[in-house]
Design a protein around this ligand. Sequence first.
Ligand code: AMP
Ligand code: MG
Length: 420
Amino acid sequence: MSRIEAIVSGLEGYDPDALPVDKAREAIRACLTPVAGAERVGLRDALGRVLAQDVVPPINVPAHDNCAMDGYAVRSADLATDREVVLREIGAALAGRVFKGAVAAGECVRVMTGAVLPPGTDTVVIQEVVRAEGDRITIPPGQKPAQNVRYAGEDLKQGIPVLRPGALLRAAELGLIASLGLGEVSVKRRLRVAFFATGDELASIGAPLAEGEVYDSNRYTLHGMLTRLGVELTDLGVVRDDPALLEAAFRRAAAGADAIITTGGVSVGEADFVRPLTAKLGEVLFWKIAMRPGRPMAFGRIGEAILFGLPGNPVAVMVTFYQFVRDALLCLSGRSGDYALPLLEAQAAVPLRKVPGRTEYQRGVLFRDGDAWKVRTTGQQGAGVLRSMSEANCFIVIEHARGRVEPGERVRVQPFEGLV
Ligand code: AMP
Ligand code: MG
């Protein structure tokens, strides 16, 4: 038995002709091995990349105990709980300008936020509560020892790893790494993804539309979705439903890619035509997934590249991409932690037609109504109606076993913001 089939057929409840969504995810996940390989990049170029090293602070952040407020640095031993005390101001410390002297009993130092805490002091009294007359500073009672002080290493401790391999480097991580004085990091190499659209009916932009043809839109949707994921992509164009042309396209795709994505050619009528071809070049399973849209889907490998054969319908392409391909690519890219898309709850504002026995991904508009978040559909839900994706701001995810949803019932939603 082939490698992939050996893995997936061992999963409990695996049935390629009626595969629940969760089982399909599990099967895909079981077949993935994250890519190896890393490169060093400058900090700005690391945005959106996956960390390949431990980040271990070479210094404490902050490096020194310092003042969190503008005011006066004092010795807490000089303060009284029940009466005012008068201290003598002997100098000032600013952010970036250290007070060099020593502070003796009865003395204090004027400080600004970020200033290194002057030696001998341990407490900062905010300027708003003191009375200053020349160098005589009157401090009211009720100050707490150690108040308004930020300690060295409070943010990041020298020697204790703060980021691990697999972390996604976002704006916060760039700043965090910069705060350690590090200008370069090691990141995992970018995933390489090749894709093409199949279909005799497809016309390319720029060509006139002959009778029975449609413009290929899937490659543009894929371009958008893959670019957003930060992978390196190779667009191999439109490929006719012709065995020799398809074979050539698969071979070219597999030559340099970690993953191959195709659209079309996996529906019942067309799969039989593609099956012998893919069997020759690798191992590919043709699934009927219990979902809508996106029922037919192929999964396997061509050469060493993982293959996702997505359905041809434009909405099904997007749904299967976000429900299966996205997770798989993030796993292959070496990401750690939980990167699954969040599922939130909202109230159905309208009835939602649904039959039990499949997971549905209806296109929804999530909106606020007073204190409640509600969701309605975008109307026509056909797998070919790409307008439904454009008008939507979320998927309404209706679970496998659930039937029709009545207004007022809770449903799960997956917001698109930051996603599509
Ligand atoms: P298929 O899965 O190949 O049977 O295609 C299903 C439907 O999706 C057909 O109506 C196709 O015309 C349409 N379709 C397939 N590929 C594309 C594409 N690249 N762009 C737009 N529509 C497509
Ligand atoms: Mg087709």
